[in-house]
Design a protein around this ligand. Structure first.
Ligand code: MV4
Length: 448
């Protein structure tokens, strides 16, 4: 049983983790940069330690400072949240060296999914469907072109060190291969210091559907149903929901089994997510695994009525999980409310929140760290709240979301609320007809 947990994060997720710790009788330590001195996560925690100036590399990404904070407060575990150090295998390893439990998977589990070719090779061996492709690193341009010809155009070039869309290039015909190859390599080298590239068949107009899984220290892996995450812009998700409107009982069974195989293949310990691409014929392919709690985890919490942070803490303490899978019992949807101007290409809009009224009422949940008078710093991500609605059907859930968006008032900064209001009225969205390219031709129109 943990006595005290340090939360190596900020914002809504730091608060989210602290809430569950409180309910479990676990003391909490916040760490914060000087930009976050007035943050709720600092006030909410039992103890708080300033770990440096605003830039992330000097504070939330600075491992020595976080370890020092854990040592002086005598914390026996660290929860990394999402982002920052959540998928940093070296950090997880250092926690172990300090005899502090990293609340998440082991360093080797993180590493095995951080390199995309290693991840893919592991999945092939486990019998999880993957996109047809090179199966390994491409050594040179000639090999790349030959492999692309075998697979058949269009193909996609991906960085093995990548993920989340960086260093990816689609090639429609051989005449463009060399140029895209160079671009992909340069982008990968600049972003990751690793220019390893592999090639896959390009799946056109796919959906992004992911499965939440959980594995314990005793070898049990279960799935906790899916999340539909196709509504995204430039690889930033804006809306997530569960169940996916594209899902069938048969597909859920097949994808759920594949997700469990994926977790079992690496003896996964913790909560994690198996991301799949799903084509229009409902063929599905493993894409990536996220070895952390995700932003959109509340959608799953609402449909299966389970606290996923509590699951993380229990797994980290060595408890057994029940061994049964969970199916959605309700419909839930999350809208990410970002301090961004949707009428100006979603450009960041940091600054002071002059007044705030969050949505309330039956079936409405708001996860946020902001309050009236709070100043959104320009240094970190722009998400200021997650609005989650839950109802018996997708239709009722959308109706509730429209009502909740109408009563959600933020003055002082621009937000993505007008975007969500427009999306909820879109006929194709309401009909469940969308894929990952949906927002490419979504017109925000002009402001009234
Ligand atoms: C693909 C793909 C089509 N075919 N792979 C984007 C992020 C990275 N995780 C993988 N991604 C994609 N991989 C093949 N073989 C299309 C995407 C993709 C995408 C995937 C999920 C969500 C949004 C996306 C937006 C553009 C492209």
């Amino acid at each position: 049983m943990f006595n005290k947990v340090l939360i190596a994060n900020r914002g809504e997720i730091a608060l989210r983790v602290m809430r569950t710790c409180r309910e479990m009788g676990i003391k909490t330590v916040a760490v914060f940069s000087t930009a976050d001195a007035e943050s709720l996560h600092v006030r909410f925690a039992d103890e708080a330690v300033c770990i440096g100036p605003p830039p992330s590399k000097d504070s939330y990404l600075n491992i020595p400072r976080i370890m020092a904070a854990a040592e002086i407060t005598n914390a026996d575990a660290i929860h990394p949240g999402y982002g920052f150090l959540a998928e940093n295998a070296d950090f997880a390893e250092i926690c172990g060296e300090y005899d502090i439990k990293f609340i998440g998977p082991t360093p080797s589990q993180i590493r095995s999914m951080g390199d995309k070719i290693t991840a893919k090779t592991t999945m092939i061996a486990a019998g999880v469907p993957v996109v047809p492709g090179s199966g390994g690193l491409l050594t040179d341009l000639k090999e790349g072109k030959n492999t692309a010809k075998e697979i058949g155009y269009p193909v996609i070039l991906k960085a093995t060190a990548g993920g989340g869309g960086k260093g990816m290039r689609v090639v429609w015909e051989e005449s463009n291969f060399e140029k895209q190859w160079e671009m992909a390599r340069n982008e990968a080298r600049a972003s990751f210091g690793n220019d390893g590239i592999y090639v896959e068949k390009f799946i056109e107009e796919p959906r992004h559907i992911e499965f939440q899984i959980a594995g314990d220290q005793h070898g049990t892996v279960v799935h906790l149903s899916e999340r539909e995450c196709s509504i995204q812009r430039r690889h930033q998700k804006l809306v997530e929901e569960s169940p996916s409107p594209f899902m069938t009982d048969e597909l859920r069974k097949a994808m759920g089994e594949a997700a469990i195989l994926a977790g079992e293949a690496i003896h996964y310990e913790g909560v994690g997510t198996i991301e799949f691409l799903v084509d229009k014929y409902r063929n599905f392919y493993f894409m990536e695994m996220n070895t952390r709690i995700q932003v959109e985890h509340p959608v799953t919490e609402e449909v299966i009525d389970h606290d996923l942070i509590k699951e993380q803490l229990k797994i980290a303490m060595g408890e057994k999980i029940s061994g049964k899978n969970y199916l959605p019992m309700m419909h839930a949807m999350e809208c990410r409310i970002n301090a961004e101007d949707p009428f100006k290409d979603f450009r960041p809009s940091p600054g002071k929140i002059i007044s705030l009224h969050t949505a309330k009422g039956h079936g409405v949940r708001v996860d946020t760290h902001v309050y009236a008078g709070y100043v959104i710093p320009p240094y970190y991500d722009s998400m200021i709240a997650k609005l989650i609605c839950r109802a018996r059907t997708r239709e009722e859930c959308i109706t509730k979301m429209e009502r909740a968006l109408d009563e959600f008032i933020v003055e002082g900064v621009r937000t993505t609320i007008p975007f969500h209001k427009k999306l909820m009225k879109d006929e194709q969205f309401r009909a469940g007809n969308f894929h990952t390219g949906f927002l490419n031709d979504f017109d925000m129109g002009t402001e009234e």
